[in-house]
Ligand binder design. Structure first.
Ligand code: GDP
Ligand code: MG
Length: 169
């Protein structure tokens, strides 16, 4: 069977945008409208000749995309999402937002992900230009290996994320 890859991270970092790019059709609804990720969560894709199933774990499972939730509750659900991914997935893409920089919620998720032996690829999204690639550097502080700058919008760096991921399959 194909390896399962979960994309985790706090709301609004671009998980669904990346998922949609990987799957090539709009299976997950991008969250400009609150509470709209109610569609399919799984999609098959391949890279470097390796097939895998991608999971967009947000929204539907944990409702962590609801902007009216208090921050503590959003963080609780994001942590639950990470724990679910550790249990169910073979590898994890941990997505953070290079424009926002490192947040307390990112650090909490990282604490959970550092406890797993499963491969974790740290993807720093919203690095939309060559200059913004440098935004990734501060995420070395999470102690999850090399932060990979990428842009789910433009496709910049997404191949590097997938190269790093498929090394493990
Ligand atoms: P999710 O909550 O993590 O699933 O995030 P979404 O995929 O719903 O994206 C949240 C917001 O970030 C949306 O407004 C997206 O259009 C935007 N976004 C996603 N990827 C990028 C990117 O690479 N660059 C920029 N500038 N914005 C992005
Ligand atoms: Mg989403």
């Amino acid at each position: 069977t194909k390896p399962i890859v979960a994309i985790v991270g706090r709301p609004n970092v671009g998980k669904s945008t990346f998922f949609n790019r990987l799957i090539g059709e709009r299976r997950a609804i991008i969250e400009d409208i609150p509470g709209t990720t109610r569609d399919r969560l799984y999609g098959d894709t391949f890279w470097n000749g390796r097939e895998f199933t991608v999971v967009d774990t947000a929204g539907i499972l944990f409702g962590d995309d609801d902007p009216t939730l208090p921050e503590a509750e959003i963080n609780r659900r994001t942590r639950a999402q990470a724990e679910h991914a550790i249990a169910e997935a073979d590898a994890i893409i941990f997505m953070v937002d290079g424009r926002d920089g490192l947040t307390a919620a990112d650090a909490e998720v990282a604490d959970i992900l550092r406890t797993t032996a499963k491969p974790v690829v740290l993807a720093v999204n919203k690095c939309d230009s060559q200059e913004r690639m440098l935004d990734a550097v501060e995420f070395y502080a999470l102690n999850l290996g090399d932060p990979i700058p990428m842009s789910a919008f433009h496709g910049l760096g997404t191949g590097d994320v997938l190269d790093r991921l498929t090394e493990h399959f």
